[in-house]
Every structure is written in structure tokens, then in C-alpha cells.
Ligand binder design. Structure first.
Ligand code: TRP
Length: 325
């Protein structure tokens, strides 16, 4: 017996990196056994910040390849692209009528976006959390695994849900956000969160050699200028990443670093080897999937078909309760 329905989504950013993997995807894979999971590539959400959509289809394709390669399973879960089930946009319009604008203008991510894209503060951007709420409640999901940055959106989703249920009749369960165990994964530059834009990421689909090259560029403990300087593993990003990929010899490595018995280049090689070991089967599976575009199309159209059945049912209930029908 499954414990309920999960919904989560991610914008189509293309190839996934180890930050996406450790921060979200690995957890999504595990949740598949205990819940009915729906995982969505939210292309409409992407449009709130995207004026050039030339890479959109390619990004969706690269992303689903990674999702399947790491173990999201289209038999266990529903995997689909948001716009393939347009019912979500209908629900978004309906929910927009009961969402006070003041709630939306307060959202921290909205304020950040206004600073980031001052020339593109579009109407859809303000409604971003309403669309996200629609994603979740259209499928009556009760559990939403997200990163910390999404918690304000989740809070708003709960408020909109409550308001809808109060204004009309009980329709939606209140969704709850759950955080993953993994904290923010820092990028190879040691400064920001690992991200594609910052160029400080390691893509899952890199070859073993490319991964080694990329890790060689990583920032380590700044106090270790010479090989003989003692290191501070707790300040070293390579060491942090080792935790996730190489947990067995980790304390020995820390000691050797502190006593300057191993250098940063050695550590980088240890990390690269460990990462490559974990990613090798993922890359093999990805290459296989990439050779079969027809299968990928089938996975997504089957996912959308299954999602649409639930979506239509909810939408009829919503309209009845709003007295639209
Ligand atoms: N806003 C989320 C993000 O940027 C993506 C998203 C859209 C989402 N709809 C969702 C996440 C519904 C969880 C549930 O990461």
C-alpha cells in the first residue's frame, strides 16, 4: 500500500548535474517505492524567465534522459511535461481569481526575480506560485519534496488551498513540503550553489575524463598554498563532496590532509574516481536511452495520458464546486 501522492517538478534546465542529483533526484528515486509519484518538467514555469525558447525542446529531452538514467521509473511513477496536460493552465486561471495580489507580491522569489530580470517582470512571473499550486492540487498531491528555496511557495500553496476550500467546498487536501536530507551542494568554485549558469557544476553526462578535468579546476582550502601546508578539510569543498561519494575512507583522508600527507591534487583524484564509479552505470544507461528517441517520446506521452486522467477529474470537481457547471 502506497502512502499517498507526491508531486514535484523542475524547470527544463537541460543536462542535470550532481547538485540536482544529490539535492533532489536521488530522493525522488527513493520515494517511488513508498508513494505514487508524479514528476513533472515544468516548461510553462520556465517561460516566466525565458524569452529565447530555441533550446527548450532539447533541454526537455536532455533532462528526461538524465531522469530515466538515474532511476526514475516510468512504470512506477508518472513522468511528464507540464504543457502536455494543459488542464493545469485552466486551473491556474481559476485559482488566480481567488489569490490576493498582495500575497504574491510578498513572495521572496518574486522580489529576487524582479531584481534579476527588471526588464521582464511579466504577468506570469507574479503568478508563478499560483501555477505551482495548480500543479500540485490538480493531482491532489499531499507531499511535495522540494529544496529549501521553494518553501515559501509551498506555504502559499497551502494558503490558496485553504482559501479555495473555505470559499467553495472542500476540494483539495493541503499539500505539505518535505525537505531532502542533503544540504545545498556547493559548486566547484566554492562560492555559490552548484548551478549551470555559474558554470561550477559537474554534469552527470560528462565522460569520466571530462569529470576528472572539471574536478581538477575545483577550488580547495585557500590556506593550503603549498603541498606542505596543513589542510582544513572542514573548509574544503572537495572534502564536502567526498562525503556523498566516498564515505568509507573519509576520516582517514581528513587526517592525512591535516598532516599534509596528501595534497589537493591527490584528493581531487580520489573524488573524481569515486564520482566516476557512481556515475558509470548512469552514463551507460543514458547512452542507451539516447539511442532510442522513440522510447523517450513514448514515456512522455504515456505520462501525460495518465496525468490527464487525474487532471480532468479534478477540474470537473473544481468547476462544480465553483458553480461553473
Ligand atoms: N518552482 C519549482 C522550482 O523552481 C518547480 C516547480 C514547479 C515545482 N511546480 C512545482 C516544484 C510543483 C514542486 C511542486 O524548483
Amino acid at each position: 500500500m502506497k502512502r499517498g501522492r507526491i508531486f514535484s517538478g523542475a524547470r527544463p534546465t537541460g543536462r542535470q548535474h550532481i547538485g540536482n542529483y544529490l539535492g533532489a533526484l536521488q530522493n525522488w528515486v527513493k520515494l517511488q517505492d513508498d508513494y505514487n509519484c508524479i514528476y513533472c518538467i515544468v516548461d510553462i514555469h520556465a517561460l516566466t524567465s525565458l524569452e529565447d525558447t530555441r533550446n527548450l525542446q532539447n533541454n526537455i529531452h536532455e533532462m528526461i534522459l538524465d531522469w530515466l538514467a538515474i532511476g526514475l521509473d516510468s512504470k512506477k511513477s508518472i513522468l511528464f511535461v507540464q504543457s502536455h496536460v494543459p488542464e493545469v493552465m485552466e486551473l491556474h486561471t481559476l485559482l488566480s481569481m481567488i489569490t490576493p495580489l498582495s500575497w504574491l507580491l510578498r513572495v521572496p522569489t518574486f522580489k529576487e526575480k524582479v531584481k534579476l530580470q527588471p526588464d521582464n517582470v511579466n504577468y506570469g512571473l507574479v503568478g508563478y506560485p499560483v501555477l505551482m499550486t495548480s500543479d500540485i492540487v490538480l493531482y491532489k498531491a499531499t507531499v511535495v519534496p522540494v529544496g529549501e528555496d521553494q518553501l515559501p511557495h509551498l506555504e502559499l500553496a497551502r494558503e490558496i488551498t485553504r482559501r479555495f476550500n473555505n470559499l467553495f467546498s472542500y476540494t483539495f487536501p493541503e499539500p505539505e513540503g518535505i525537505l531532502t536530507h542533503y544540504p545545498l551542494v556547493v559548486g566547484l568554485d566554492g562560492k555559490e550553489k552548484m548551478s549551470k549558469q555559474a558554470g561550477n557544476d559537474i554534469e552527470l553526462a560528462l565522460s569520466a575524463e571530462e569529470t576528472i578535468e572539471k574536478i581538477k579546476t575545483a577550488y580547495t582550502d585557500p590556506a593550503r598554498r603549498y603541498r606542505t601546508d596543513p589542510g582544513h578539510p572542514e573548509k574544503c569543498n572537495i572534502y564536502k563532496l567526498m562525503f556523498y561519494f566516498n564515505s568509507t575512507s573519509i576520516s582517514a583522508i581528513a587526517e592525512e590532509c591535516k598532516e599534509a600527507k596528501i595534497g589537493c591534487v591527490d584528493c581531487k583524484m580520489i573524488l573524481a574516481t569515486a564520482i566516476n564509479k557512481v556515475l558509470e552505470p548512469i552514463r551507460e544507461k543514458r547512452a542507451e536511452l539516447a539511442n532510442n528517441p522513440k522510447y523517450i517520446t513514448e514515456v512522455l506521452s504515456d505520462g501525460a495520458d495518465r496525468a490527464r486522467v487525474i487532471a480532468r477529474e479534478t477540474l470537473i470537481e473544481v468547476k462544480k464546486n465553483m458553480k461553473l457547471i
